[in-house]
Design a protein around this ligand. Structure first.
Ligand code: ZN
Length: 312
């Protein structure tokens, strides 16, 4: 619920989160001017965190938003550019409830020994996870010797926007069916999870899935990595490598495994027997730290794949 009133050249907006809590430091814009993050003293939280009062200068029209606006085109543009350049192939694996395409981008070398699945934006307002995803995919799709060698042997399934309806409509977590997609990997009641899940099964039929990394945001940096299954585990090798490489800035690793809870990483771990991770980036984690961690992780994934290969 939103309550607004204006007095003395100032507008006060109170956001009441029914059953939820204030999460994002809000941004504000007036028509024709760029969005700006509000100063901390413009936002007052209720002691229980379930309401926030925001002070704004009086203006006839203004926009108050949780995150700076992005369009579908903004999100897909880097991958569309790689399609035009001939590096990736776009495959729309299905449609959302509102018939928006579920775009996936593929790199498929002729003799791939495995497939890596990279996915993000199941939850619309989470933007720092997608930043890590962007740096991670940039590095793996880049021109370095390591990236080229990795791509010679590995297929990539890249999903930049798993929940296009929720993203366009500004949903907090759900798709248009009112379902949190990251609780639907298992029941598969929604077209988005069904289409993506079926695409993963088809991919696994061509070259086994070796790792699934699902990028999200939450209050802090943490990677949810269920205990490793038997056999080679590329995701685990990657985590071990960045834990020692980036000592001071190492990320917390949470080993919780709740099979059957409909979370992608649990479902992928149990269906494909691979190291599947939920990579959560803190809402307020510095962009530079996120970039360093994502790039270190991408390098570590490629190095782990290389050393696993030489050990065989
Ligand atoms: Zn999330």
């Amino acid at each position: 619920m939103v309550v607004a009133n204006s007095a003395g050249g100032e507008t006060r907006v109170t956001l009441h989160y029914d059953g939820g809590r204030h999460r994002y430091a809000p941004w504000q814009a007036q028509p024709g001017s760029p969005v700006q993050r509000l100063a901390p003293d413009q936002v007052t939280l209720a002691p229980d965190g379930q309401a926030a009062t925001i002070r704004l200068p009086a203006a006839p029209v203004q926009l108050l938003i949780a995150q700076p606006p992005e369009s579908l085109d903004d999100v897909l543009a880097p991958f569309e550019a790689r399609v035009r350049a001939g590096q990736l192939q776009r495959v729309d694996v299905g449609h959302s409830l509102a018939r928006r395409p579920i775009a996936s981008y593929w790199h498929r070398p002729p003799a791939a020994r495995g497939t890596i699945v990279l996915i993000t934006r199941q939850h619309p307002p989470e933007t720092t996870g997608p930043q890590a995803f962007a740096h991670f995919t940039d590095l793996i799709l880049g021109d370095s010797v390591a990236a080229r060698a990795f791509r010679a042997n590995h297929a990539l399934m890249i999903v930049p926007l798993a929940n296009p309806d929720g993203f366009v409509l500004g949903h907090w977590r759900h798709n248009l069916g009112g379902v949190d997609l990251n609780r639907d990997w298992g029941p598969f009641t929604q077209p988005e999870t069904r289409a993506l899940g079926e695409a993963m099964v088809r991919a696994a039929g061509v070259a086994p899935i070796l790792a699934v990394i699902d990028f999200h945001s939450t209050q802090r940096d943490v990677v949810y990595a269920p205990p490793r299954p038997s056999g080679p585990d590329l995701g685990e090798a990657m985590l071990q490598a960045i834990a020692s490489d980036l000592d001071g800035a190492s990320i917390r690793i949470d080993r919780a495994h709740n099979p059957g809870n409909g979370v992608l990483k649990s479902s992928a771990r149990d269906r494909f027997g691979v190291g599947a991770l939920t990579w959560e980036v803190g809402d307020d984690s510095p962009a530079e730290r996120t970039r360093r961690l994502a790039e270190a992780a991408a390098l570590a994934l490629m190095a782990s794949a290389r050393s696993e290969r030489t050990m065989r």
